[in-house]
Design a protein around this ligand. Structure first.
Ligand code: FBP
Length: 551
C-alpha cells in the first residue's frame, strides 16, 4: 500500500522552520569541479577472492572532486535518468540525501529525471517507483524518516533477482542508481554495479553510508549518517532519566540502546551523559566475559554506591551485548542451525541438539529471553537483537545476585530496576544540523559521481571537523572496503562492520573517566537537539575524538 504523502500544512513550527533552510555545500560543489582518480585500489582483505568476485571493478581507483576551471568541468547538457533507493533501517537524514541528488540533477544536468524506488530493494526488483519532482520532495526537506519512498530489508542476491534489477534498469533506461544503505546494502550496491558492468548495461551504481549504528566507516568515510542525530536524541532521553534517578533516589534505570552489533551508540551516549555504568560489547568480548561476569560487575557497583548512600543510578547497555558474550554467541549459532533445519516443538525435543553448556545456559535464561532468542531471523540471517530485552534480563540477574548477597549479609538495601529501550525513537527524528548538511553533501556528491560516469563507489565526504565550506568530496571504491566470509561453503563479499576499537580515542576517553562516573554522579543532561545557536553546530564526541586522533 502506498503511504500517503506528507502535508507540510500540519507541521509544527520547528518542522516548518527546517523546511526552508538553505543548506551549505562544500565549496568544491559550488563551482566547476573535475573528478580526479587516485591510485589503483585493493581490498580490505583477501584481494585474490575479491578480484574473482568483482572482475570488472576490482582495483579501480577512489576519486576526489577538485576545483577546476569551467573548461575541465562536466557538461551540463547531458540529462540523466537516475534511480534512488533507501535500504535497511531508518536513519535521520535519508530524505536530505535524496534532496541532494535531486538538486544536483536540477542544477547541473538540465532535463534529468529522478525515480524513487518504493519500499527498498524490492522496489527495484518489482519496478515500483515514483518520479520525484520539486513539489513531491519539498515537504521532506530536512525532515526525519524515510517515508518519502520508504525502505525495506530485501536483498538482491539470486540470479533471478539480479535479472529483475536489470530489467528495471533497462525499462527505465537508467543511467545510474544510488543505494542509500548500511554495510550489507553497500555490498549489494557493489554487486549490482559489477553485474551491470558485466552485462554492458549503462547503469552505474553509487552507494551512500547510512546507519544510526555508526558501524559503516573507514578513513575515507568518517561516519555513517544518522548516528549523530540518533545519539543526540538518546542522550537527551538518558539525561532525563538521570534527573529522574537523582530526584526519586530509588531507581536504577537500565537503558538498552539500539545498535545491532557495534556499541558505538552506547559509547557516544555515555560520553555525552556520563552514566554510572556503561557496558561496551567489544570490551566484554575482548575480555571473554560471561553473563555472570557482567552481572557481577553491575552488582558490585550497585553495592559500592549503596555504601556512599546512592541507591539509584543509570546503566547503559548496548543492544548487541548478548551477541558479544562468547557463551551466548555459541548458543545463538547452535540455535541458528536448529532453526534452519528443525521444527522448534513445544515438547523441546530440539533442545537435545544443543551442546551441554549451551543447553544449561538456555535453561538458565529467563523464559522471555528464551522465546526472544527463538524468534525468526532477519533476511540477512541475523538474530533480531532489537527484540531481545537484555535490559530486563540483566535486571533479573542483578536482583538474583543481590538477593544472594543479602542472604550473606553483605547488602541490605532495596533494589528497584526500571527498564528502557531507546531505539526506534532515535531513527526518524529531525536530522541534526550535522546530519542535514552531511546528507545533503553525500547526495549532491553522489549526483556528481554518476554525472562523471563513475560506478561501484561510495559517496565520501571528509574533513568533517572543519566548517562545511571546507569539507572534501569524493567516492571510495567499494571493493576497497571489502573482504570475504565463507558462508555455506562459498566466499561471500562483505564490508566488515567497524566495531568500537578498544585502542581508539573514544573508548580510551571513556575508560579514563568511567570509575569516577560510577561513584560520583557526574550526570549531564544535553537537552533536545538544537537547530539555532552555538550548540546546533556541535558534532558528536566519537567523530571529533576520532578526527582528533587522526590529525
Ligand atoms: P541498519 O543497519 O539497516 O541501518 O539498521 C540498524 C537498526 O536500526 C539497528 O540498530 C537495529 O538493530 C535494527 O536496525 C532494527 O531493525 P528493524 O527496523 O528491522 O526492526
Amino acid at each position: 500500500m502506498a503511504t500517503p504523502g506528507r502535508e507540510a500544512a500540519t507541521y509544527s513550527e520547528v518542522q516548518s522552520s527546517r523546511l526552508n533552510v538553505t543548506l551549505p555545500l562544500p565549496s568544491v560543489l559550488k563551482a566547476p569541479f573535475s573528478v580526479v582518480d587516485g591510485p589503483p585500489s585493493s581490498s580490505a582483505g583477501n584481494p585474490g577472492e575479491i578480484e574473482k568476485l568483482f572482475p570488472n571493478l576490482f582495483g579501480q581507483p577512489s576519486v576526489k572532486l577538485l576545483p577546476s576551471d569551467s573548461s575541465g568541468a562536466l557538461s551540463s547538457d547531458q540529462s540523466l535518468r537516475i534511480g534512488v533507493v533507501l535500504s535497511g533501517g531508518q536513519a535521520p537524514g535519508g530524505h536530505n540525501v535524496i534532496c541532494g541528488i535531486f538538486d544536483y540533477l536540477q542544477e547541473r544536468t538540465k532535463g534529468s529525471t529522478l525515480y524513487g524506488f518504493r519500499g527498498g530493494p524490492a522496489g527495484i526488483m518489482k519496478c515500483k517507483y515514483v518520479q520525484l519532482t520539486t513539489d513531491f520532495i519539498y515537504p521532506y526537506r530536512n525532515q526525519g524518516g524515510f517515508d518519502m519512498i520508504c525502505s525495506g530489508r530485501d536483498k538482491i542476491e539470486t540470479p533471478e533477482q539480479f535479472k529483475q534489477a536489470e530489467e528495471t534498469a533497462v525499462k527505465l533506461n537508467l543511467d545510474g542508481l544510488v543505494v542509500i544503505g548500511g554495510d550489507d546494502s553497500n555490498t549489494n550496491a557493489c554487486l549490482l554495479a559489477e553485474n551491470f558492468r558485466g552485462k554492458n548495461l549503462k547503469t552505474r551504481v553509487i552507494g551512500c553510508p547510512k546507519t544510526i549504528d555508526g558501524d559503516l566507516k573507514c578513513k575515507e568515510v568518517p561516519t555513517s549518517f544518522g548516528f549523530d542525530t540518533a545519539c543526540k536524541i538518546y542522550a537527551e532521553m538518558i539525561g532525563n532519566v538521570m534527573i529522574d534517578a537523582r530526584s526519586t533516589g530509588k531507581y536504577y534505570h537500565f537503558v538498552r540502546l539500539m545498535g545491532r552489533a557495534a556499541s558505538h551508540i552506547t559509547l557516544e551516549c555515555a560520553l555525552q551523559t556520563h552514566p554510572n555504568i556503561t557496558i561496551i560489547g567489544e570490551e566484554v568480548a575482548a575480555k571473554k566475559q560471561t553473563l555472570k561476569n557482567v552481572t557481577d560487575y553491575i552488582t558490585d557497583v550497585i553495592c559500592k554506591r549503596a555504601e556512599l548512600g546512592f541507591n539509584y543510578g543509570v546503566i547503559l547497555i548496548p543492544e548487541g551485548l548478548i551477541d558479544f558474550i562468547p557463551e551466548v554467541q555459541q548458543l545463538i549459532s547452535e540455535l541458528n542451525e536448529i532453526l534452519a533445519h528443525d521444527v522448534v516443538d513445544k515438547e523441546g525435543n530440539w533442545k537435545k541438539k544443543l551442546r551441554s553448556q549451551s543447553h544449561q545456559l538456555f535453561e538458565f535464561l529467563p523464559q522471555a529471553i528464551q522465546e526472544q532468542l527463538l524468534l525468526e531471523r532477519d533476511p540477512h540471517g541475523n538474530v533480531q537483537v532489537a527484540k531481545i530485552e537484555t535490559e530486563k534480563m540483566l535486571i533479573e540477574m542483578v536482583e538474583t545476585e543481590l538477593e544472594h548477597r543479602r542472604s550473606q549479609g553483605s547488602y541490605n538495601k532495596k533494589f528497584q530496576g526500571q527498564s528502557h529501550f531507546f531505539g526506534y525513537e532515535g531513527r526518524c527524528g529531525l536530522p541534526s544540523s550535522f546530519d542535514s548538511n552531511y546528507c545533503y553533501a553525500l547526495g549532491y556528491g553522489a549526483g556528481a559521481l554518476l554525472h562523471s560516469g563513475k560506478t561501484g563507489l561510495i559517496s565520501s565526504v571528509g574533513n568533517l571537523g572543519a566548517p562545511v565550506e571546507n569539507w572534501t568530496v569524493g567516492g571510495t571504491a567499494l571493493t576497497s572496503l571489502m573482504d570475504v566470509e565463507r558462508r555455506h561453503g562459498k566466499f561471500k563479499p562483505v564490508i566488515k562492520k567497524a566495531m568500537v576499537e578498544l585502542e581508539g580515542a573514544p573508548f580510551k576517553k571513556f575508560e579514563s573517566v568511567r570509575e569516577d562516573w560510577a561513584m560520583k554522579n557526574r550526570y549531564v543532561n544535553p537537552g533536545p537537539v538544537q537547530f539555532v545557536g552555538k550548540t546546533a553546530d556541535y558534532i558528536n564526541h566519537t567523530l571529533m575524538l576520532e578526527l582528533g586522533a587522526q590529525a
